[in-house]
Structure formats: C-alpha cells, structure tokens
Design a protein around this ligand. Structure first.
Ligand code: ATP
Ligand code: MG
Length: 357
C-alpha cells in the first residue's frame, strides 16, 4: 500500500498548459477517482504519476519518497489501460506473468502469484487460452491480473471498462468493487461513468482545464457541490441550472426570481447583493410532477422518456428545458401543463458560473 502526494504539479506541452498546479493527497488504501470533461487532463495526470510523462514543474511523492525524477519501473506502479494491451501470441498465464519474468522472478513464484491473481479474478479456467479466445470482459480481467501479480504500491486505471458493453460493464464494476475490498490497495481510477465514480470511489477528484474543481467523498460532492461546474458534472441526468435574480432573504433561504416571473426559494449561506447574477439548481430526481397550481415552478411537457422503471419529463419551464426524473410510469404526456414541486432544502444557489452560496 502507498500514500500518494502531488505538490504543485504542472504540465506544459510546448505552449499548451495542460496541468495547472495540482495539489492532491491520496491516502493509503484509498480508491481515488478522477472525473472531468474530455481533454481536461485526466490521462495526462495519470501518466505523470506513472512516470510516462515528465512533470514540467512540481513534485510527486509516493510514501513521502520523491519519485518525480524516477523511471516508471522504479515507482512501484501498475497501470491498466482502456485498450488491454495483451500480447496476442501469449497465453493468459504467460501474459499475466510476463512482467515478473522480465524482472527475473523465480518461475515457481511467478506461477504461484499468477494462480492467486487468477483465483481473485475468477479466470483460473482461462489460464491456457490466448487473448483472441477471450471475451472483452475476460481480457480486461487478464489486464487487471497482470497488474495485480506485480504487487505494485499503487494501481492506476485509465477508463478500464469503457470498451465493454453495458451489461458487462455493470458486472465488471461490481467485480472491481469486490477486488477493491480484497486487495485493499491505493488506486487512482479515471472514468467518464458517473455510476463507477459514485460507487467505487472513496474520494472523487473533479478536474477541469487541468485544475481541481473539488475533491471529496462521492455523496459530499453530490449534496454539496462547491460550484456550479461540479453541480452540473456530478449526477445524471445533470442538475437543472436556471438563471436567477435575488429577491429577499427569508430565514436560512433566499427567494429568487426565475424567467417568466416565477419565484422559488433555496438555501443560502451568505448575504447576496441585489442584482447579482445567480444560478438556481435542482436535481431531476428531486422534482415531482404535480398539478400546475401546486408548484411555483411550472411549464409545458415537451418530451416524455419512459424507461419502465423510471420516467424522464422534459419540461419547458422558466425559459429552459427542465428535466424531472420520477420513479415508475406516469399518465402525463407531452403537451400537458404541469407543476414541478421540490423540497427547498434540496435546491442549490450559485453565483452564475461560480461558487455555491
Ligand atoms: N503529447 C501531447 N502533446 C500535446 N498535447 C497533448 C499531449 N498529450 C495530451 N495532450 C493534450 O492535453 C490535453 C489533456 O489530454 P488528456 O488525454 O489528459 O485528457 P483526458 O482528460 O484524459 O481526456 P479524455 O476524457 O478524452 O480521455 C488535451 O488537450 C490533449 O490534446
Ligand atoms: Mg483520457
């Protein structure tokens, strides 16, 4: 196990500034997930930790040992990529043991470690096969197994499940959650998948344009996003965000005006000057579809997406497309006028494009 620390880590490719002053601590045994829009620098940061990219500035410490200038092989790290990068001419057993063979490990020991990893990953029966005779999920397990046998201090995963079909992804996600508890290793994991991030992470790091927007436990990010960007990024479908103007403080809340003369109230921890541009946020799952006279937020249903177990209503309200996600099916169809009710405690206020209030 290992603790990882990044201090003011920077990366420039010529004149492009890709990673900007990242400070981060990942504790021993912690499962840390990097999320952020495409191109924000997740893979670059992971490659810098692995030593596959140099730092332009700053330092990387593993167990308080400065590894910034160490070769990848000396860092005690194993990385698993989206493309499994298995050797096609080798069997599963040979693929998994290859790193150890290169390191001149005793063959009996290699065999013991490979078998133990194969047992953890439930691929013992596949050890004699070649990669082409495996399914995508099985190949990914072999790639993970190859990382496990090296007994690294730190595991790095870059979107390991994104090549799998939806059902297999779910299966592998649960498997990873299992492996996570069994191995109890420090892991840095990059994903685009909200559910993977929420369910696997002890700690999520939200990145944007090479900077950290927020670090926290999944549910903290969900319930208390630090700013409008994180609010819109964590959660699916994303939080509804509507332009708003402050009206009056009322207790611990602030009443705000939305477009079309609608007024709503949300919690607000600070005094807000009149005329400040705000964003009012409410998650789709926190909206209930009710009669128009029963809610202060109202509009016309444009589209209804029925998924069986849940229904998404797209409602034109306060000048925007507002999504409400409700359990089960509903008789309400497109064209209906509805109210969108919510508990004000679950609403959010942000400075427009900025921090939470
Ligand atoms: N070798 C390189 N030379 C120049 N620019 C690079 C290089 N590698 C990455 N970049 C740029 O750095 C930025 C971050 O890339 P990176 O691959 O880290 O993004 P990402 O967050 O992993 O995105 P995705 O979610 O699409 O995988 C991108 O704008 C990319 O074009
Ligand atoms: Mg990437």
């Amino acid at each position: 196990m290992a603790q990882l620390e990044l201090r003011q880590v920077d990366k420039r490719f010529d004149d492009a500034h890709i990673i900007r002053g990242i400070d981060l601590k990942v504790e021993d045994g912690e499962f840390c997930v990097f999320v952020g829009p495409s191109g924000c620098g997740k893979s670059t940061l992971l490659r810098m930790i692995a030593g596959l990219e140099e730092c332009s500035d700053g330092s990387i410490l593993i167990d308080r040992d400065d590894v910034t200038d160490h070769q990848p092989a000396r860092r005690g790290i194993a990385m698993v990529f989206q493309s499994y990068a298995l050797y096609p001419h080798m069997t599963v057993q040979q693929n998994m043991g290859f790193g150890l063979k290169i390191a001149k490990t005793d063959p009996a020991q290699i065999e013991r470690k490979v078998k133990a990893a194969a047992r953890t990953l439930q691929i013992e029966h596949l050890l004699g096969r070649r990669p082409r005779d495996l399914s995508g999920g099985q190949r990914q397990r072999v790639a993970i197994g190859r990382a496990i046998v090296r007994e690294p201090r730190l595991f790095l995963f870059d979107e390991p499940l994104s090549n799998l079909d939806a059902a297999l992804r779910v299966e592998m996600r649960v498997e990873l959650a299992n492996i996570k508890t069994q191995l109890n290793k420090t892991v840095i994991y990059v994903t685009h998948d909200q559910v993977e991030a929420m369910t696997l992470a002890d700690k999520i790091v939200v990145l944007r344009d090479g900077r950290i927007e927020q670090v926290g436990a999944p549910l903290d990010l969900y319930t208390k996003p630090a700013n409008e960007f994180v609010a819109g990024f964590i959660g699916s479908p994303k939080m509804n965000l509507l332009p708003a103007q402050p009206l009056a403080h009322a207790g611990a809340g602030l009443e705000v005006a939305l477009a079309d003369g609608m007024r709503v109230t949300a919690p607000c921890g600070t005094a807000v000057e009149a005329g400040t541009a705000l964003s009012f946020g409410i998650r789709p799952e926190h909206l209930a579809v009710v009669a128009p006279n029963e809610a202060s937020l109202r509009g016309e249903v444009r589209v209804v997406e029925r998924l069986g177990g849940e229904t998404y209503f797209h409602v034109k309200a306060a000048g925007q497309n507002v999504i409400a996600k409700v359990g089960g099916d509903s008789k309400v169809g497109a064209g209906a006028h509805v109210g969108l009710a919510f508990d004000p405690a679950q609403a959010h206020l942000f400075q427009a494009g900025g921090r939470r209030l």
